[in-house]
Structure formats: structure tokens, C-alpha cells
Ligand binder design. Structure first.
Ligand SMILES: [Mg+2]
Length: 211
């Protein structure tokens, strides 16, 4: 009898631990609804408001800097990702990046404009690779990000370094050079791991996850 109760308990535990499967079509509609309804922009806005409140309280140093991720942070690729029915195809993604047509995330651009008005330094740090450098500069420019201290993306030989390791290593190097990183805005956990981030502004991303 005791053995039977244990078996039933284990079965209940096993069933309870199973992630609930969602129909893919419904999941895509729910994600599209989140972005198209303005909820995404609203959520970003709340996070940016809090960040501005924090930055207002930071002691002003000439070396104060904020690190910006690019994809799904400074630039918004949602329209492209939705147009291909969501998902990811490397060649198609690269073609999109090279078109340099992504619009800015309006709320992140608002943060950028605020920081520029305060003469706080801007650093763009992205896991994109070097062959996209020109397109990235062009896209940042067309999206209104015309002034920044530096733009750092990955060299091709750094492709065995995870996004998290690459970004934390660069932030450490920037800090050693004298930058005082007061905040870091991104959409992935890997944008913040490893320290040297300051105040963390983690934007929502229901489109994809990067290690
Ligand atoms: Mg990103």
C-alpha cells in the first residue's frame, strides 16, 4: 500500500513538473499581440523611467558611461522577425542586418537622448560580427544614434567566445581604461553577466534567447 502511494505521489509530481505545451500558432499570436498592442513599448517605457530616475541620482563624472546592446535594444528587429513568421534563418538575418533598416526602440532612443543631454558617454556593445560593422554604423545613424564614444562588435576569430564572456570581458577592459559604467541596457541575460554593468536595464524579449 505504502509503495502504491509513493508511486501515485511520484506520478503527480512528474505531471506537475511538466512544462505546459502551447500550440505554436497560438504562441506566435500571443507574442504578436504583446508587441503590436503597444504593451512591449509600455513595459520598456516603465523600465526607462526607472533608469532615468536612477541616473539622475548618480554623481556626475566625465567618465560616466552607459553601455547599450544593439539588437532588440537600441534597434528593433520585430517587424522583420514577424515578417518571416518568427524564428531565425542565419542567411536571412544577415541580409536583414545588411539592409540597415531597423527602426530604433523608441524608449531606448529616449534614454539615449536623455544621456546625451547630460553629456554621459555612450558605448554600443554588440555580439554582431565584424562583417556587419558598416551596416551597423549606418543603421545606428539612420535610427538617430549619431553620437557615441565607441561601437564594439565581435571579431570573427572571437566566435568561440559566448556573448556573455565577450561582453563581460569588453566591459572589464573599458572599466580598466577609465570608463565608469553606471548603467547597462540590453535584452538578454548574457548582456549583464560577469559584472561591470552598473544599473541593469533588462528589456523584455519574447522573440529569442541568446546564451
Ligand atoms: Mg540584444
Amino acid at each position: 500500500m505504502k509503495y502504491r502511494i509513493l508511486q501515485i505521489s511520484l506520478l503527480i509530481f512528474f505531471v506537475a513538473c511538466q512544462p505546459e505545451l502551447i500550440n505554436l500558432d497560438k504562441a506566435k499570436k500571443a507574442v504578436a499581440e504583446y508587441y503590436d498592442s503597444g504593451k512591449y513599448e509600455k513595459d520598456c517605457g516603465k523600465l526607462i523611467d526607472k533608469a532615468v530616475e536612477f541616473i539622475e541620482s548618480v554623481e556626475p563624472y566625465d567618465s560616466n558611461a552607459v553601455v547599450f546592446d544593439i539588437d532588440e535594444t537600441a534597434l528593433d528587429n520585430y517587424c522583420y522577425i514577424k515578417s518571416i513568421g518568427f524564428g531565425y534563418i542565419l542567411d536571412e538575418w544577415n541580409k536583414w542586418i545588411n539592409r540597415a533598416e531597423a527602426p530604433p526602440n523608441k524608449e531606448v532612443k529616449r534614454l539615449y537622448d536623455y544621456l546625451r543631454s547630460k553629456n554621459i558617454r555612450i558605448i554600443f556593445l554588440s555580439g554582431r560580427y565584424e562583417e556587419t560593422y558598416k551596416a551597423t554604423v549606418d543603421n545606428l545613424h539612420s535610427a538617430g544614434y549619431t553620437e557615441y564614444d565607441t561601437l564594439i562588435i565581435r571579431k570573427n576569430h572571437q566566435n568561440n567566445e559566448s556573448a556573455s564572456k565577450f561582453k563581460s570581458r569588453v566591459r572589464k577592459e573599458l572599466s580598466e581604461k577609465g570608463y565608469r559604467i553606471i548603467a547597462n541596457v540590453g535584452d538578454q541575460k548574457s548582456d549583464f553577466e560577469g559584472g561591470f554593468s552598473g544599473y541593469i536595464i533588462k528589456l523584455p524579449n519574447y522573440l529569442y534567447e541568446v546564451d
